[in-house]
Ligand binder design. Structure first.
Ligand code: HEC
Ligand code: HEC
Length: 320
């Protein structure tokens, strides 16, 4: 059950052409990159309970709101607090390179995570996104839904090449100045608002469930504890993937524009998560762009949030 992305792709293709950058050299480069990145297809699996779990897992990731969203038919199943899908950020159901791809993610867990300063299972990592990106509550580890999402991520990961370059998001070189929400407002108005709305509210799917274009702030967005609420993390995602349809190899925004628009989104209202001071109990492992105190260094909350970050990173290296 895949959502048809044709409307999105058509609109983004038109916008990209209007934006100028469409030379043949880039096109051939892109398709070579896309070929190299695996596209595992559950249709190839033998019929049976495993295939069913993988397909249910994929549906949960692409249309999260329909099964566990705040308006899910079964009130007991309302685990997500917003109507995003996991696939709003993990693009193409977690299959797109440099777009928080889930290919390879199953092999990365359990691992010791800085946010908890403890070993986390894949189920716990998924629940991190439920509680923050989805502004909801944790799914029981033994639920069929958790098992299905893990089966799907495991299925994707079985196709991962030995040397992976493309999970997560690539790092965008840091600026020497602070990210500037006022400049970001101009980038937003000229490049993002056409899809995500003048007020960041996004646009609903045809049926009214979920989003064709997800909200970037406001009550139905990710909360203040989400990874996307860190400016470096958001700028990395935006530079490689937005406006929708660009690739890491041929971005549309300059690096500065990506940081500035991330800063603009960061200062907008969104659900607040309580207890963020308890994240990163080992403060020396806290990402420099974490926008909430306490910190292990003397840099201000403002500088942690907006940068410039280079000197912070150097200071941290010197500490080690
Ligand atoms: C608002 C964007 C957003 C949404 C929605 C979202 N995530 Fe994430 N997710 C992220 C970001 C950003 C990271 C990387 C976080 C970091 O930098 O620590 C991540 C990381 C992960 C990881 C670890 C990946 C790895 O390579 O280590 C998994 C697994 C994951 N998310 C699953 C999910 C699932 C399942 C859902 C839906 C229930 C979901 N996410 C919804 C943004 C999102
Ligand atoms: C052509 C339409 C389009 C444009 C223009 C566009 N986006 Fe998106 N954006 C999308 C779609 C579609 C998704 C979600 C993908 C999905 O659901 O499959 C998305 C997802 C996102 C996400 C992650 C999901 C979330 O809710 O946080 C962020 C952040 C984002 N866009 C930021 C931007 C920024 C910043 C710009 C301007 C530089 C921009 N987008 C321009 C269509 C667009």
């Amino acid at each position: 059950m895949r959502r048809n992305p044709s409307i999105k792709l058509l609109l983004s293709a038109l916008l990209l052409m209007a934006g100028a950058a469409c030379d043949a050299a880039h096109d051939s480069h892109d398709s070579a990159g896309a070929r190299a990145w695996p596209q595992p297809d559950p249709a190839t699996l033998a019929d049976g309970p495993h295939k069913q779990a993988v397909l249910y897992g994929e549906a949960l990731i692409r249309r999260t709101y329909a099964f566990v969203g705040p308006n899910a038919a079964d009130a007991n199943m309302r685990y997500a607090g917003n109507n995003l899908a996991c696939g709003s950020c993990h693009l193409d159901g977690g299959r797109r390179r440099y777009a928080l791809s889930l290919i390879g993610a199953a092999d990365a867990y359990p691992r010791n995570m800085a946010r908890e300063n403890a070993v986390q299972t894949l189920a716990q990592r998924i629940n991190g996104c439920f509680e923050r990106s989805m502004n909801g509550r944790a799914l029981p580890a033994n639920s069929p839904e958790m098992a299905a999402m893990i089966a799907y991520i495991r299925f994707l990961s079985d196709a991962a090449p030995a040397h992976m370059d493309g999970r997560g998001v690539p790092s965008t070189p840091l600026m020497n100045r602070a990210a500037d929400p006022r400049r970001g407002a101009e980038v937003y108005a000229s490049t993002c608002a056409v899809c995500h709305g003048a007020n960041g509210q996004g646009a609903r799917n045809e049926g009214g469930q979920g989003y064709l274009y997800p909200p970037l702030w406001g009550p139905d967005s990710f909360n203040s504890g989400a990874g996307m609420h860190r400016i470096i993390a958001a700028a990395n995602f935006i530079h490689a993937n937005m406006p929708y349809g660009v690739t890491y190899e041929s971005p549309r925004l300059t690096e500065e524009e990506a940081f500035d628009v991330a800063a603009f989104i960061n200062v907008q209202p969104r659900p607040q998560r309580a207890g963020l001071d308890r994240d990163y109990p080992d403060r020396t492992r806290k990402p420099v762009d974490a926008p909430f105190p306490p910190y292990a260094d003397h840099f201000s909350q403002r500088q942690h949030t907006f940068g410039p970050w280079r000197e912070m990173m150097h200071a941290r290296e010197a500490q080690r």
